[in-house]
Design a binder for this molecule. Structure first.
Ligand code: FEO
Length: 168
């Protein structure tokens, strides 16, 4: 059975995952309208993954005797300056998510809720992967600079990466 404190921490995390999904969906949609099809495919997939992260938490809260709260949706930004802006925002956002997950993990230890602590380890690992990927993409973009040919290849690489991940 979840304590009220852990239930509330997990509901907070549900809202963060939902917001992440919306944020990346807005980025995906913007990228699609800019002709960045590979970037759009990558971000649409990322948005779907965040929704899955949210669902996993909702199911866990309910299975453990709590009540999951489906959060209200906030309007994400409609316009992004350029592709660098997108991946900078994505990296910053993931770092924020990691900090929030660490807070949930910390609360689990304080409350001696080892079941939820164990469940949250999946999110801890997932954040390592997501932050590494975001950092790699930012490094690549820094190398490319304003080279149009490089950007074209970057976008195509993301399309290939997404296609191979989808076929996993
Ligand atoms: Fe579910 Fe990228 O945090």
């Amino acid at each position: 059975m979840l304590s009220k404190k852990i239930e509330s921490a997990l509901n907070g995390q549900i809202a963060i995952e939902a917001m992440s999904s919306q944020f990346y969906l807005a980025m995906a949609s913007w990228a699609e309208t800019e002709g960045l099809n590979g970037t759009a495919a990558f971000l649409y997939r990322h948005s779907d993954e965040e929704r899955m992260h949210m669902l996993k938490l909702i199911r866990f809260v309910n299975e453990r005797g709590g009540k999951a709260i489906v959060p209200a949706l906030k309007q994400p930004p409609r316009v992004f300056k350029d592709i660098n802006h997108i991946f900078n925002e994505l990296f910053k956002h993931e770092a924020h998510v990691t900090a929030e997950i660490n807070k949930v993990v910390d609360s689990c230890l304080k409350e001696k809720d080892y079941t939820t602590h164990n469940f949250m380890q999946w999110y801890v690992s997932e954040q390592i992967e997501e932050e590494t990927l975001a950092r790699t993409l930012l490094d690549k973009l820094a190398l490319i600079g304003s080279d149009k040919g490089g950007l074209y290849l970057f976008d195509r690489d993301l399309e290939n990466l997404t296609a191979s991940e989808n076929g996993r």
